[in-house]
Structures are given as C-alpha cells and as structure tokens.
Design a protein around this ligand. Structure first.
Ligand SMILES: Nc1ncnc2c1ncn2[C@@H]1O[C@H](COP(=O)(O)OP(=O)(O)OP(=O)(O)O)[C@@H](O)[C@H]1O
Length: 806
C-alpha cells in the first residue's frame, strides 16, 4: 500500500476509534446484566467456532442453536432467534406483518433490507417493551411461537432477567406531585432500601400508599375528533387499507394480560425527580415516566382537538398508541423518517393531553412551521399559541396554551433582554403537560438537561428521524426523554407512498493524473487533501453532467459540499447560487424562495449549513460532492431532504441521491461508512463507474489539461485556512461531531453495479444528444436568470460599498 493510501486507512481507523456506534448505547449496563450469563455465552461461543459450515449462509447468522433441530413446521414460522438475542426474520413469510409489529415493540431493528430483517434484543428494547405493556411471559411465548427453533436457554434467561427488573416501577405526577408507583410493593421496598432514593422521599411514613389500579381499556387516542377509541381506530384502519395491523385485536390482547388490581406508591420530592430517575437506572430498576393527565385537576385544560379533516395515518396511530395506552401519557421517543409526519404526531399528542404544551425546535424557522401546522391540523385558537424566539417574546394570555421555542432560547446563557427574561420566568414558573422535543437526536445531552431543569413537564415526547449520533450521548436520551416507543420502517412507508422512493447511487470518479499525484504528495492531515479529492475535475464534470441531466428531467437539485472552498468553485463555475454559513439571512431566503418558485433556478449549492440550520424547500435530486467523513447521521439527514418530494405520488416517480466519490482516496472508505445506516433501512446504493455520454461532451468544465492545471495551481496556492472545513457560528448541533460515525464491523454499504439509465428508468438517454449545456449559455451570455442577476448585482454593490467604505 503506498504510504498515502496507508495514511488514509489510518485516518479512517482513527475516525473509527473516535466515532460512535449506536451499538454502544447502554453498553455498560448491558455488560452488567450479562455478567452472570457470560459463562453460558462463552460455552456457546466455543460451540459456534467448532460448528462446521453446513451451508453458505448459516455461519453469517452465527447461530448458536444449530444443534437444535428445526421445528417440523419451521418453514411457516417467520423468524430465527439466536441465543445471543439476535433475530433474523423473513420478510416474505405470511406471518411477517404480525411478527414485525411485535418485534418492533420488543427489539431494536438493526437492518431491514428487502428479504431479511435483523433485530436484536437489548436491555433498552426490553425496557421499552415492558413500558408499553408486554409481560415477560408474553414476550417469550410469542417469540417461541414465531421461531423456527426452540428458544435457547440464554435468551430466555436474558428476557426474564431484563423484564423482571425493568418497568416494574413508574414515576408519575398526580396533582402535580411526584410518586414512585408499582403494582409490586416489594419493588418499592427494595427501592426504599437504597439510601439515595430513601433520602428523596417526601413523607416520613414507613408505609406505602395503596389504591386501585387504573383500568386499561381499548385505547382511545385522546383528542382526536373521533374520540371513542374503537371508532377512531376502526375509521383510521378503513381510511388506510394498507394498515397491516388489527389494532383493536392487539389492544384487546393487552387487555387480556391485565391482572393488576392494586397499585402501591410513595411520594418523592419533585425537585429530586432527576436524581431518583438516575439512581433507579443505576441500581437496575429504571422507572418509566407517565402522566395521568385525566386526573390532573391542577393544570388548566387546553381547548384543542384535531380538525375533522385530520386523518392520522396507521403508523402515526401505532406510534401514538405506544404513548397513550392506559389513559396516561408515557414519555419516550418516536422515530419516523423525514417527511413521514412527525409534526402531526406531536400535534395529536398535544390534543391528547389537552394541557399546556411546550414545543422545542432546532431553529426559529421550525418554530414558525410548527405554529402554522398547529393551526392547520387543530382547532386551537391562534391566540393560544405563543412563539418565543429572538424576534418574538410572546407568551400566551390564557391559563393554558402552546408555547413554541428553540432549544437555544431556553438554554442561552448570554445576557437576556428584559422581555426574554420575562418569557423565561413564565416558562419556568408553570407546569407543562407535555414537552415535545423535535429533532431530539441532534440536541446535545447537556443542552437537553438544561431544558429539563428549566421546563417542568409531566410528559416528554421526543421526535426524530434517526437515533444516530456521532458522539457518545445518544444513550442519555433514554434517561432524559424516555425509551424509544416506536420506529417506522422506511421502506414500508416509501412502498405505501407516504415518503418518496429514492434511488441511491455512488458515482466513482477516477482522479485525473495531476490531481492524484498531488493528492498522494500532500500530507494526510492537510486540509488540501479533501479539496483535491472534492475538486477532482472528473468529479466536477460528473456533477455538471448530472445537474444537466436532472434539470432536463424537471428535477430540483441540491448539491451539497461541506467544504466551502469547493462549494464556491463549483457554484461559481457553473453559475449557480450557493449558500454557506457566511451568506446573509436575506440572501439565503431569496435563494431558497427562487429555488422553490422560479422555474429558472433549479439547482442550488449548499454547505453543511443545509443539514440542520435551513428550512429547505423540496428537492427531487441530491448530489453530494463533499461530505463530513463517515457521518451516517449526515447521510440520513441529507437523504431526508428528498423524502418529502411532492411528486412522490406521480406514477414511477423516483427521487435521486448521488454521492460523488473520488476513486482511490479515503472518500471511498468514508462513503461506505456513511451509507451503513441507510443500507440498514433497506436502501441499495448502485455504483456507477461510467456516466454514459460524459466523454463525448466537450462543453464540460475543466475539459482541457490547461484548465485542470490552473485549478490545481489555485488549490496549491490557497492558504490552508481558506480550504478548511466550515465551522458554522452558533451551530450547537453540528460542531460537536468530530470525525464521523463508525460503521458496524461488516456493515459496509451494499453496492451493486448500475447505470444512470437504469436508475432513472430511461431506456434511451436523450441527454447524449444534448450538447449545448445551460452552463455554456450562461457563460456565453452572462448571467441570464433575473434572480441570479439580482443576486450578483447586490453582491457587487455590497463589494463596491465595502471598497468605498475602506
Ligand atoms: N396524516 C396525514 N395526513 C395528511 N398529510 C400528512 C399526514 N401526516 C403528515 N402529512 C403531511 O406530510 C408532510 C410531511 O410532514 P412533516 O413535515 O410533519 O414531516 P416530518 O416527519 O416532520 O419531516 P421532517 O423531518 O422533514 O421535518 C406535510 O406536508 C404534512 O402535512
């Protein structure tokens, strides 16, 4: 391996070491729990190593039960459970839908590709299972029913052990007071023997409070117009014929499990909630958090219901049913892909609780959107909604209302204005029925902690598209917000037309000899490295070619480049508008509006500012020329930009996601890491090694060796500081994440060979004939588009002014 290549591999390995993998979540406590099962595992491990490879596939599943015979009717059962808690499920089995609905409640989805799905049982997933009402017996019985082999003793022991400790005690607020509640008094006695928990007890009595347990009936998603649960469920099922689950039956099943007659509780001091929750986690008895909103007579009711036209979709219903299943609101996280309607889920939850709600967003623009969505979907009086942002410090006037703000507004430590301080006092001084945390995965845990200190909320609902983070803090969400309540299957939603179908491709671009020589020469740590591979003229041409091709198809295209130097080079050369951290707000808005409405502006270039800080209009094609190392989160976030494409209901409509990768550079390794999450969601990346027709084009940029040398010269002469990756001022969410996420071992992207025509569905590529590119028109006639002219002239004026002023 040449030294440079070796260094590239090393950099990747370092990124691995620094990166974070979702599997690390709660590794420590998993470790503790597994301790006494370890002996058995090591025996199973040895056994596995000695197992002869009976066929090509079984060794992949590392199946510990190979010595267990298949059940006689194994073919009709959908899954295979390993003794280490791994579950492999056939998606083509007739029982698939039923088994999937069950598995999503008890296990973590690891990979859901087209024919086989992989799940794993973890402490967190079993915790979530118990918290939504599954008993240990039910989990074991149903797994046994679906499994092709008899469940191994280790996995049964793990389930029993995990479920015996989890979800046995709850933290509930009744009439604004905090109680630890359980149907088993022995659990409470055990907790009270712990000095920390005992010291947080609010009363000095020895005994426990005892009362009748709440009745668990057929669930109603409270707040919907069709309020009676069964009606609502039946109507939703009718409206969504593709809904695979018989909700009523499954809820009745939950009913059958109910054998609780009494609940016991003791009161804790409200200010010690956080401490008690933490301590209970540490001693292996984590508390679930529930809000008995129906019996909250202290906090004023909010007049809010869904409008009659609001028909929540079956997966939104399923997610919400996990939150509301025994007339209480359970805190937790709902994971839905971008564009699947998280906002409506949040609004429906607010309609359910019918108390004051605080919504936390990542940007002021989202605040405005949430407000208009509340008005669109619910009958809330607009005066009952207040927005707390840098521009508006409003609070609502009534006793109950909705306050929408940003994480930054709540956690800001800078000197607040008088109005801002007043609004914060308002927030701090009252109880909130529900806290909705939008994009909860991007909020640093420390920031979220500050939020929970400032906002006293009875229930918390986290909404996110991915539970991925490139730091080690995702596990904290379990404790700060609650367990994951529901995670949708991306492919299923795209098959059903709820989100767009996306064709993903990785385009391999050979480095030109002069660029590759320079790349090999420059030290791996140099920022020029990235620039050389991003501005590889072959990549540049591929980008230009794809833009031309997709603009002709009528697509709206976003090109992402994390590197601002490269971004500017691409955009200026191709006469396209671009936005990066330094673009003034009004210019950003103008560009985005033109992209949305102006038929002549079909492509824009964005730096990583587009990942979280911009509300991007819909695009149908995304091209990535430079990205943030191996960040799976960024990749998922960017793909999300095209999932909401409006045209998704057009027959045969596809959105496109291209990653342009310079061959034989570290971009290759990073690309495969980045894709790991999406591949696990069932997306297949086609590799395109040659774009048909590109070589015949003579009008593409950097066509001559002279032009290429000049570009390289410019890069070499640039100062290191000018080519460094963008640091976005005030980017509370992006800046923490160092060298990208680490892909699971062996979880590299699945790549298949493909052609552009295959991706687009076009048999003949009309663009082969197309040799008068729009860029050359622009080049020949100057800036044609009115918007770009305006943009250029305002930039020029600003420059003139600055020069004059200086
Ligand atoms: N049940 C529904 N019925 C009709 N339209 C819906 C429904 N749910 C969501 N939508 C629509 O789907 C679109 C996407 O919804 P929304 O913006 O809430 O998605 P999201 O999951 O928050 O996406 P992102 O993560 O990109 O913000 C919106 O136009 C919304 O109005």
């Amino acid at each position: 391996m040449p030294p440079k290549r070796k260094a590239a591999a090393q950099t990747a390995a370092e990124a691995d070491a620094e990166g974070w993998d979702s599997d690390d979540m709660g590794a420590l406590s998993d470790q503790e729990m597994y301790d006494d099962l370890k002996k058995n595992f090591s025996i199973a491990d040895k056994k596995r190593r000695t197992i002869q490879r009976a066929d090509a596939a079984s060794f992949i599943f590392k199946h510990d039960n190979l010595d267990q015979p298949l059940k006689p009717d194994a073919a009709s059962r959908p899954l295979w459970v390993n003794d280490d808690g791994k579950i492999i499920m056939e998606s083509f089995n007739p029982l698939f839908e039923e088994a999937q609905d069950f598995l999503i409640n008890i296990a973590e989805p690891v990979s859901r590709v087209s024919r086989m799905h992989e799940y794993t049982l973890t402490l967190h997933s079993l915790f979530a299972a118990v918290s939504v009402g599954h008993s240990s017996k039910e989990i074991i019985d149903r797994l046994e029913r679906y499994s092709k082999v008899t469940l191994g003793s280790n996995v049964v022991a793990f389930i029993k052990k995990a479920t015996s400790s989890f979800g046995k005690a709850k933290i509930v607020l009744k009439k604004t007071l905090s109680y630890i509640e359980s149907d088993d008094p022995a659990i409470l006695q055990r907790l009270l023997r712990d000095p920390t928990v005992a010291s947080c007890r609010a009363d000095n009595t020895d005994g426990l409070i005892q009362e009748a347990a709440p009745k668990i009936g057929v669930m109603a998603i409270p707040g919907t117009k069709m309020a009676a649960g069964a009606t609502q469920i039946a109507q939703t099922a009718a409206a969504e014929p593709q809904a695979p689950v018989d909700m009523i039956a499954s809820l009745r099943e939950e009913d059958d499990d109910e054998d609780v007659a009494k609940v016991h509780s003791f009161q804790i001091r409200s200010e010690s909630r956080e401490e008690v929750i933490k301590r209970c986690q540490q001693i292996g008895l984590p508390l679930t958090e529930e809000y008995d909103f129906n019996n909250d007579e202290v906090n004023a009711n909010l007049d809010i219901d869904l409008k009659p036209h609001a028909q929540i979709r079956y997966y939104q219903e399923k997610a919400l049913s996990k939150m509301f299943s025994n007339s209480r609101a359970r805190s937790g996280i709902i994971v839905l892909p971008c564009g699947a309607g998280k906002t409506l889920v949040g609004i429906t939850a607010a309609c359910g609780v019918k108390k004051s709600v605080i919504v936390l967003c990542t940007s002021a623009m989202s605040v405005v959107q949430w407000r208009s969505e509340f008005i669109k979907w619910s009958n809330i009086n607009p005066d009952d909604i207040a927005c707390f942002t840098a521009e508006s410090k409003a609070v609502f006037k009534g006793n109950a209302g909705i306050l929408i703000t940003t994480y930054a507004m709540i956690t800001s430590v800078r000197n607040r204005s008088y109005d801002s301080e007043k609004a914060m006092d308002f927030i701090r001084s009252r109880e909130w029925g529900l806290l909705i945390a939008d994009e909860v995965h991007v909020v640093p845990a420390k920031m979220f902690k500050q939020v929970t200190y400032a906002v006293a909320s009875h229930a918390k609902l986290g909404l996110t598209a991915t539970l991925l983070r490139e730091d080690d803090k995702i596990g904290d969400l379990n404790f700060l917000v609650g367990p994951k309540l529901y995670e949708a299957n991306w492919q299923e939603l795209s098959e059903q037309g709820h989100i767009a179908k996306v064709q993903c491709a990785e385009v391999w671009c050979q480095m030109t000899p002069e660029f590759y020589t320079e790349w090999l020469r420059s030290p791996p740590s140099s920022p020029k490295n990235d620039i050389i591979s991003s501005l590889n003229p072959n990549k540049f041409q591929a980008c230009q070619f794809l833009i031309d091709y997709h603009e002709k198809r009528g697509d709206k295209i976003i090109v992402f480049s994390d590197n601002v130097f490269a971004l500017q080079k691409y955009a200026l050369k191709l006469h396209k508008a671009y936005i990066y951290g330094g673009t003034p707000q009004n210019e950003r808005m103008r560009i985005l509006e033109n992209f949305q409405h102006n038929p002549e502006v079909n492509t824009i270039f964005l730096s990583k500012i587009g990942d979280t800080s911009l509300d991007l209009p819909e695009a149908t094609c995304l091209i990535q020329v430079s990205a943030h190392y191996g960040s799976r989160r960024q990749e998922a976030q960017r793909l999300g930009r095209i999932l909401r494409a409006k045209r998704r209901n057009d027959e045969g409509f596809n959105a496109f996601f291209y990653s342009l990768v310079s061959k034989d550079t570290d971009e290759m390794a990073y690309a495969s890491r980045r894709q790991a999450f999406l591949v696990d969601q069932g997306y297949a990346f086609k590799v395109i090694t040659r774009l048909e027709g590109l070589n015949q084009r003579t009008d593409l940029a950097f066509h001559t060796p002279q032009e290429r040398r000049e570009l390289l010269m410019e890069i070499c002469l640039a100062k290191d500081a000018d080519v460094e990756k963008e640091k976005i001022e005030g980017d509370a969410f992006g800046s923490r994440f160092a060298n990208g996420g680490r892909a699971k071992k062996g979880a590299g992207a699945r790549r298949t060979a493909g052609t552009l025509s295959e991706l687009s569905g076009g048999q003949q590529m009309s663009y082969i004939e197309y040799n008068k590119s729009r860029n050359s028109e622009i080049k020949g006639k100057g800036v044609k588009n009115a918007f770009l002219r305006k943009l250029n002239s305002s930039t020029a004026n600003a420059k003139k002014k600055a020069a004059g002023g200086g």
